[in-house]
Structure formats: structure tokens, C-alpha cells
Design a protein around this ligand. Structure first.
Ligand code: ZN
Length: 221
């Protein structure tokens, strides 16, 4: 299917963080910007105000490395899956979508809720930490510190190991959930973000971007 550029030769491009799933920014591309993006693996857009191409990060150094480009059903919007080198908004925020609308349509500053549930859970755990009042298992764990959380992680890991060895898939999922939850609590205790963990996994996985793919297909031919 052909892409549909509008009467000004532009198409909407959404940049989505491949690690967190968060939408980072939205901008315009013309055919040339898309070509440069596909060739260099760095998100490049068309600035309507400046009337020229601009590579995201050309002045800030906060490039968007593009892993893949997708088109929507009618071909008039592009989705770029990106690995972001630094914040994506010119305000210094990670994403441009830092405002939320109230019922009257007024925009007020509010961080973008996480696009994935593990990150949402991470925020919940952080909120429990500072909560006073109501009894919370999470808070009790955090108050118990590294020894208490460590003990639970070991216990749940043992239960998970037994589950994969000979219990139902439902039990495996349930024990895996326990391990993940206690891992997140341990990470919160130390102030290590889930994003940091995912970025570590991402680096190890060697997921390649457009440029690496292009250079590999050349060198292996
Ligand atoms: Zn912005």
C-alpha cells in the first residue's frame, strides 16, 4: 500500500519508546525526511515553521534511534519505534505529552501515565512507600529493608522454581507474578528504576536498528 502524504506533502509520525511503550513525540515527515530516517536510522522530520528537514537531536544530542517504522491502516500516519537518547521534548521532559485535559478540556501539567502495567505498578509501590496511615503489605516490606525483601525474593524464586518443574501453568504465572512484584519492591528500596533494568536487558538483547540492519545486510552478502 502507498503512503498518503497530505496536500502539503506531509505525513504524521508518532515516536514510541521501544522500551517503555511511551509515546515520546509527534511530528511531520515529508518523503525526504522519511528517506533520511530509513537510511540513517535517526528520526528526521520536516519542520513546518523552519521549512526544512531536522534530525531530532541535531542540536540537543537527544537522538531517536529508529528500530522500525510502521504505517497505519490507511497509510496516512507513521509509527516509529525508537530508542531515545535522552529526553525527547524541548522542555527537557522525556515526552511531549506532559499535559492532561480535565472535563472542560483545560490542559494542566500531569506526567504521562506509564504505557505498560509493570511501570504503573512501580509507581504504585513508590506511592505506598510515602503513604502513612493504612496498613500496606508493600509499605511493611519497604520498612523491613533489604533483609526482609531479600528473604521474600528468595522464597518466591524457590516457589517459582518448583512451579516450573511440575505445577500447572496457572501456578507458574502466579509465582512469576510474586517474583516480579517483590523484585519491583526491591528495586524501589534501592531507587533503581524499572527503566534502568529494561535498558540493561535491551542492551544485552542486541536488538538492532535500521542502520545496523542495513549495514549487516551489506556486509554479509
Ligand atoms: Zn515537546
Amino acid at each position: 500500500m502507498d503512503l498518503k502524504f497530505d496536500d502539503k506533502g506531509l505525513i504524521t509520525a508518532i515516536a514510541q519508546d521501544e522500551i517503555t511503550g511511551d509515546v515520546r513525540m509527534v511530528a511531520w515527515m515529508n518523503a525526504e525526511a522519511l528517506k533520511v530516517t530509513l537510511e540513517t536510522g535517526r528520526a528526521t522530520f520536516f519542520s513546518r515553521s523552519r521549512g526544512r528537514l531536522w534530525t531530532k537531536g541535531e542540536t540537543s544530542g537527544h537522538f531517536l534511534r529508529v528500530r522500525a517504522v510502521h504505517a497505519d491502516c490507511d497509510g496516512d500516519t507513521l509509527l516509529l519505534q525508537v530508542n531515545a537518547e535522552g529526553p525527547s521534548c524541548h522542555t527537557g521532559r522525556p515526552t511531549c505529552f506532559f499535559r492532561s485535559l480535565d472535563a472542560e478540556g483545560r490542559a494542566t501539567d500531569a506526567p504521562l501515565p506509564p504505557a505498560n502495567f509493570l511501570s504503573f505498578l512501580e509507581q504504585e509501590i513508590e506511592q505506598r512507600r510515602s503513604s502513612t496511615g493504612t496498613k500496606s503489605y508493600t509499605k511493611a516490606l519497604l520498612d523491613g529493608g533489604a533483609s526482609k525483601i531479600g528473604e521474600k525474593v528468595l522464597e518466591e524464586a524457590g516457589e517459582f522454581a518448583r512451579a516450573i518443574a511440575g505445577e500447572t501453568n496457572e501456578r507458574v504465572a502466579s509465582e512469576a507474578a510474586d517474583v516480579l512484584y517483590h523484585l519491583l519492591v526491591g528495586l524501589r528500596l534501592r531507587g533503581v528504576s524499572l527503566q534502568e533494568v529494561l535498558s540493561t536487558l535491551h542492551r544485552r538483547s542486541g536488538v538492532s536498528g535500521l542502520v545496523e540492519k542495513a549495514s549487516r545486510s551489506v556486509s554479509t552478502d
